[in-house]
Design a protein around this ligand. Structure first.
Ligand SMILES: [Zn+2]
Length: 450
C-alpha cells in the first residue's frame, strides 16, 4: 500500500470568456504538477531534530484517523476531532485532512475490487453449467486497512509556509510549526539546478509534502498549470480499450503497444537463473549477475512502451475526444491471473491515469466511461454473453454474428458509452446488464425478429 496521495492531479472547470461575438464558455483543465526529491538541508541539524520529534506524533494521529475513516465513519476532512493529541489544532486538522484523503482512496479501490469479485463470481456461476468447466470458485479476501509505514506529511500553509529567500545562499525557507506552542523553526531549502529550471516563473501552491526516509527529510512542492481544452464539442469520439495482448486498442481498430519480446527477455532471465544454480553447485566463485537488474530493466522498458503507446494513440487522433475505461490494478489482476508477474512489472492498470494526464496536457477532451460488460457486449446488437468471446482475442456475436478483434469490439462499446446518460445513471452491474438486455430486445424488434 502506497501513501495513497496523488501529488499530481487534474481538475476540470469551465470558464466564461468574453469574446467579440458575446460570451463563450471554455473548459479549462488545471494540471497540478509536482517537483519531488528536494532535499532538506542538513546544515541545521537541531532544527530538523524538532521535525523528527513531531513526525512520530503526527504519524500516530494520522494513522488513528485513517483506521477510523476506513472502518467507522465516512472519510470527512471537516470531521470533528475525536482523538487526543499534543499537536496544535492546526496540525490536528492537517492530520484529519490527510487521513480522510487516504481513506477515500482505500475505500474506492476496495469497492472496485469487490465489484470485480462479484463479476468473477457471476462468470463462475455461468460456467458451472458447462460440464467440462475447470474454473476455480473465486474467493473474496477482506482487505486490511492501510498501515502508514513511512513518515509522509501533507501539510498546508497553516503549519508549513514556504517563503522565498532574499539572499542567494538558499532558494526558500520553510517555516514549520513545532510541538512547542507558538514555536516555529525555519529550515532553508536549496534547489538543484533542474528543480530551479522547472520552477522558474511558477507560483508554488500552499500545500507541501514532507517525507522522511532513512537518509533524511525530503520536500515536494507543487504548482498549477492552466490548459484550455481545444477539442470541438462535436468532435468524433474515439474509444480506447486497455488490454493484455495490446496495451491500447482504439475504436477505429488500431492497436498500440504489446508485450511481445518482453516474454523472451523473461525466458532469458529464467535461463540465467538456472545457469547460476548450476555453476554454484560446481563451486564456481564468480557467478553471472543476479536477475534483479534485468528485472528492473524490464519494468523500465515496459513503462516506456506504455508511454509510447499512449502518445502514439493520441498523436494519431489529435482532433478526437477520447472515451476510456476505469481500471484498477486489482481488476487487471482479476482479468488475467497468469500474467500477474507482467502486470506488476508493467503498471498496465496505470494506463487510464496516463491517458487522463496526457490528454489534459494536450488540451484534448477525455471522458471516463463505465466499462461493465464492455468486453462481452456486442457493439452491433447489444447482446451480452460470455460465449461471444470464444477466446481472448476474438469477438464473435452468437446472435448477429458480428465478429472482430475482441479489444476492437470493446473499444467501440466504450466510444458509444460517451454521452450515454442512461447507462451512466445505472447504479450497479445488474442495472447495466438489464439496460443492455432491453437494448438487445429493441434491436431484435427492429430487425423484425419475434
Ligand atoms: Zn450481435
Amino acid at each position: 500500500m502506497g501513501s495513497g496521495i496523488a501529488k499530481e492531479h487534474i481538475n476540470t472547470m469551465t470558464e466564461r470568456r468574453h469574446a467579440s461575438g458575446g460570451q463563450s464558455t471554455t473548459t479549462i483543465t488545471m494540471l497540478t504538477k509536482a517537483v519531488t526529491h528536494i532535499r532538506l538541508s542538513e546544515t541545521n541539524a537541531c532544527k530538523l531534530a524538532a521535525l523528527d520529534e513531531l513526525a512520530p506524533v503526527y504519524q500516530a494521529l494520522c494513522q488513528a484517523y485513517v483506521t477510523y475513516f476506513c472502518t467507522e465513519e465516512a472519510p470527512d476532512k471537516f470531521h470533528d476531532p475525536v482523538f487526543a493529541t499534543p499537536l496544535s489544532e492546526r496540525w490536528h486538522r492537517v492530520a484529519i485532512q490527510q487521513a480522510a484523503g487516504m481513506a477515500r482512496v482505500w475505500r474506492t479501490n476496495r469497492e472496485r475490487a469487490y465489484q470485480n469479485y462479484l463479476e468473477e463470481m457471476e462468470n463462475y456461476l455461468e460456467t458451472l453449467a458447462t460440464p467440462d468447466s475447470d474454473r476455480k470458485e473465486p474467493e473474496w479476501k477482506e482487505w486490511n486497512t492501510p498501515v502508514l509505514k513511512q513518515v509522509c506529511i501533507q501539510a498546508n500553509i497553516n503549519v508549513v509556509a514556504v517563503e522565498v529567500s532574499n539572499d542567494s545562499t538558499f532558494d526558500y525557507w520553510l517555516r514549520i510549526s513545532t510541538l512547542e506552542k507558538r514555536k516555529t523553526i525555519r529550515v532553508p531549502v536549496k534547489l538543484a539546478d533542474y528543480h530551479r529550471k522547472v520552477l522558474q516563473g511558477k507560483t508554488i501552491n500552499g500545500s507541501v509534502t514532507l517525507n522522511k526516509r532513512g537518509d533524511g527529510w525530503w520536500l515536494t512542492l507543487t504548482y498549477d498549470e492552466k490548459i484550455a481544452v481545444q477539442t470541438e464539442p462535436d468532435a468524433p469520439v474515439i474509444g480506447v480499450d486497455v488490454g493484455i495482448a495490446n496495451f491500447l486498442t482504439a475504436s477505429d481498430g488500431k492497436h498500440y503497444g504489446t508485450f511481445h519480446g518482453k516474454l523472451r527477455e523473461r525466458q532469458k532471465r529464467r535461463r540465467k537463473a538456472k545457469l547460476r544454480a548450476c555453476l554454484k553447485k560446481k563451486g564456481v566463485k564468480k557467478l553471472p549477475s543476479t536477475s534483479s537488474k534485468s528485472g528492473q530493466r524490464l519494468t523500465r522498458h515496459v513503462r516506456q512502451e506504455i508511454n509510447r503507446a499512449v502518445n502514439s494513440c493520441l498523436n494519431e487522433h489529435p482532433a478526437a475526444q477520447i472515451a476510456y475505461e476505469q481500471l484498477s490494478v486489482v481488476s487487471m489482476k482479476f482479468k488475467a491471473r497468469s500474467m500477474n508477474a507482467y502486470l506488476r512489472a508493467s503498471n498496465l492498470a496505470r494506463i487510464p491515469e496516463k491517458i487522463a494526464w496526457e490528454t489534459a496536457k494536450r488540451g484534448m477532451a477525455a471522458t471516463q466511461v463505465k466499462s461493465a460488460y464492455s468486453s462481452q457486449e456486442c457493439s452491433i446488437c447489444h447482446y451480452v454473453e460470455r460465449k461471444n468471446r470464444p477466446d481472448q482475442q476474438t469477438f464473435c456475436c452468437i446472435v448477429c454474428s458480428f465478429s472482430t478483434h475482441a479489444d476492437h469490439n470493446a473499444a467501440i462499446n466504450l466510444a458509444h458509452r460517451k454521452g450515454d446518460r442512461e447507462l451512466h445513471a445505472c447504479q450497479d452491474r445488474h442495472a447495466i446488464k438489464a439496460l443492455l438486455t432491453r437494448r438487445h430486445e429493441q434491436w431484435r424488434k427492429h430487425q423484425g425478429w419475434s
